[in-house]
Design a protein around this ligand. Sequence first.
Ligand SMILES: Cc1cc2nc3c(=O)[nH]c(=O)nc-3n(C[C@H](O)[C@H](O)[C@H](O)COP(=O)(O)OP(=O)(O)OC[C@H]3O[C@@H](n4cnc5c(N)ncnc54)[C@H](O)[C@@H]3O)c2cc1C
Length: 466
Amino acid sequence: MQALSRSEQRSRDVGGHRPRSVAGVETPRTLDEVRALVRQATAERRRLYPISTGRNWGMGSALPVTDDNVLVDLGGMNRIRGLDLEAGFAVIEPGVTQRQLAAALRETPWMLNVTASCADTSVIGNALDRGDGCIRSRVHDVAGLEAVLADGSVVTTGGLDPAGRYHGRVAGPDLTQAFVQHNLGVVTAMAVSLVPRPETIGLVYGRMPREQAGMAVGAVSDFLRRGNPADGLLRVREVSLVPGSGDWMLPEGVDPNLFTILGPLMGGNATVELAEELLRKALIEVEGAEALRVVDAAEVAPDDPIYPRALMSQGIPTCRGVHNALGVTSCERIDEGAMGFLALMPLLPMHARKTDEVIAALQTAVDRHGTALMVELNLVGKHLANGVIQIFFERGVADAPYRAHQLRNDASCVLRGHGCAIYRSDIDHAAADVWSETSTAGLGMLHRLKTALDPDGLISPGRYGA
Ligand SMILES: Cc1cc2nc3c(=O)[nH]c(=O)nc-3n(C[C@H](O)[C@H](O)[C@H](O)COP(=O)(O)OP(=O)(O)OC[C@H]3O[C@@H](n4cnc5c(N)ncnc54)[C@H](O)[C@@H]3O)c2cc1C
């Protein structure tokens, strides 16, 4: 069998999005190589689309938003430039994976806020797309960054100095977030805020009847708003909606009649004990919540279904969750496996009745398209949840990818009708999602910023904007 070219490999996509033509793949390994590449591309007016590890599964994998971009694969630029174990910051390059940074932090007082995705995903790539870790949103991990602009110049933001040292957020405006979910430059390094390793991690896990999902969201939200003394991100997940008929699919082990509450309570022993007591009190009226387990994450056995989550809550990334969800034994197989996967990411209300209304509205879309979905609420703060709606489909079934995409489009409209805006997008909708949620004056300002830094629009065209 003939080996796939690098562009062919990078054109595979578990989401089954419309294929994009890729003009080539470049693999710079140093800051100077990135600068030279960008300068040459600007001179030749070639469009560049930087990726870190390209495992943006469900949102387009490694595919660019528009056609004829040169893919800039930064996976080989993988140095940990510095670890400040006193203040708790790491300065890393785009190819640094969760596995690599977590290993460097082993036996230190700090740990990484790992995501449930593959261990070999990029910390920078995920953070630039506003991903969620197990402890908090990755937004809170991004302390500063270094980027190459379209003219080849290098800028640093947020207190990261040109020598790669991080000093904390310094005086003056901080343009760090202008590079997150945007296309102003090629990000070549990031200062990442680390998490203090806690004395105890109590892992919360409970499965309850599906019809209690709204009640549970309201109860956990109350618990957070009154003041969770512990750290950690609680999730209400696996709220499965299946159609009355059709050949729908869900990951193995998911029971559509049940949903799950899951997440760590982290801190000192007394803090975690108190948090558990308050959480149980908040959930008192939720049917089935009395069986909730709160276990010491360090003592969960490898054959326990929550073992992968126990590892992640201790800052140890694992691919087991991804393998289970997508029915593969290697992450290398995901973009060509039998199972298709799409994600839709709306902000969701932290409110019992509104959750039930959103779920009922999504059910109509599920029935219309004969395709299942699973709702997850990541309770990242006290105001709104980061929703993750996962759509699984069989890629080999003739119209299944089409139905899955139609369901994602329809669900997005349904959610907007309920006031739920999209906070993280995919390659088909990234520009439209920005346009529809930003005022004309706001779009004008973004356009002026983009054209000032990248007049020919050569870097990541279409990514969250122009
Ligand atoms: C089962 C499963 C579980 C998942 N769990 C999670 C989860 O818990 N949390 C979560 O957030 N996601 C999750 N994901 C989604 C996804 O796999 C991760 O978000 C993953 O980290 C993104 O891929 P990446 O790190 O390779 O980033 P990339 O694909 O490299 O980057 C994402 C995008 O950011 C931009 N970009 C990347 N690097 C640069 C750069 N250096 N300069 C400029 N722009 C850049 C590009 O536009 C790129 O397309 C999950 C997916 C699956 C299938």
